[in-house]
Design a protein around this ligand. Structure first.
Ligand code: NAD
Length: 244
């Protein structure tokens, strides 16, 4: 029992961090959930794994078809797969720009394109994109990543307008720094990981990192039938950072 009973969901980047927490959140509330990711080693029950690369249209199409065959239907798409990039405009070469935009922006477009025909058949269709506070905060040393997430926020608004009349809602969440394997990898590479972690925490008025579960709960609300009147909405989950 739960608000997602009888619904089917696909979560991209669902093997780690925010994606995995979201998949578990939806499954605990009754959804059947397929996690689409580059590599699926082991997923907790009852999640179903589908291997696909969001930069490869053929694997995306096959992955969505596999997922829908297992789910029996598709009601919810969480476009969450994403990668980071560090640097100013002088630091990243053109091929790095193309690579990151291909994953973070065009990846969401490819997955949405493959999912939309299935979502149109749902009474409770929703897409939730994982964006970031980087879309608007002007974070230093994150030019490429910020540009990619700014594009995701604009894409969310445009898709919400395009699909509202066919009953498909499109929203996004803007996490602050969330405690996931991604951030742990970044910290492990820092000259002084403890000082870097303290700085990341201090940047958020709550004084701590956001948890993956807190982002998952926000995605879960936007994806749920309870949010049936909500589309084109950006939900900040950033420890109060956006108000500064
Ligand atoms: P993560 O690295 O723990 O998980 C990301 C997942 O995406 C991985 O399992 C990875 O394999 C998958 N992925 C990457 N490229 C892919 C591709 N080409 N095809 C399919 N899957 C691919 O990271 P996370 O922190 O959970 O991040 C998830 C999302 O949240 C990202 O979009 C990220 O930009 C966003 N975000 C994270 C934070 C944070 O602080 N962790 C803050 C704001 C936004």
């Amino acid at each position: 029992n739960g608000e997602f009973q009888g619904l089917g969901a696909v979560v991209t980047g669902g093997a780690s961090g925010i994606g995995l927490a979201t998949a578990l959140h939806l499954a605990e509330r009754g959804a059947r959930v397929a996690c689409l990711d580059l590599k699926i080693d082991e997923l907790p029950e009852p999640l179903h794994g589908v291997v696909a690369d969001v930069t490869d249209d053929a694997t995306v199409r096959a992955g969505i078809e596999d997922a829908v065959a297992w789910l029996g239907r598709l009601d919810i798409l969480v476009n969450n797969a994403g990668i980071g990039a560090v640097g100013t405009v002088e630091d990243n070469a053109d091929d790095e720009w193309h690579r990151v935009l291909d994953v973070n922006v065009v990846g969401m477009v490819r997955v949405s394109r493959a999912a939309l025909p299935h979502l149109r058949r749902s009474e409770h269709a929703a897409i939730v994109n994982t964006c970031s506070i980087a879309a608007h905060a002007g974070l230093p040393d994150r030019a490429l990543y910020s540009a990619s997430k700014g594009a995701v926020q604009a894409l969310t608004a445009a898709m919400a307008a395009d699909h509202v009349r066919e009953g498909i809602r499109v929203c996004c969440v803007n996490p602050g720094t969330a405690d996931t394997p991604w951030i742990r990898r970044l910290l492990a590479r820092a000259a002084d990981p403890d000082a870097e972690l303290a700085a990341l925490k201090a940047r958020q008025p709550t004084g701590r990192l956001v948890s993956a579960e807190e982002v998952a709960a926000a995605i879960g609300y936007l994806a749920s039938p309870l949010a049936g009147a909500t589309t084109g909405t950006v939900l900040a989950v950033d420890g109060g950072m956006h108000g500064l």
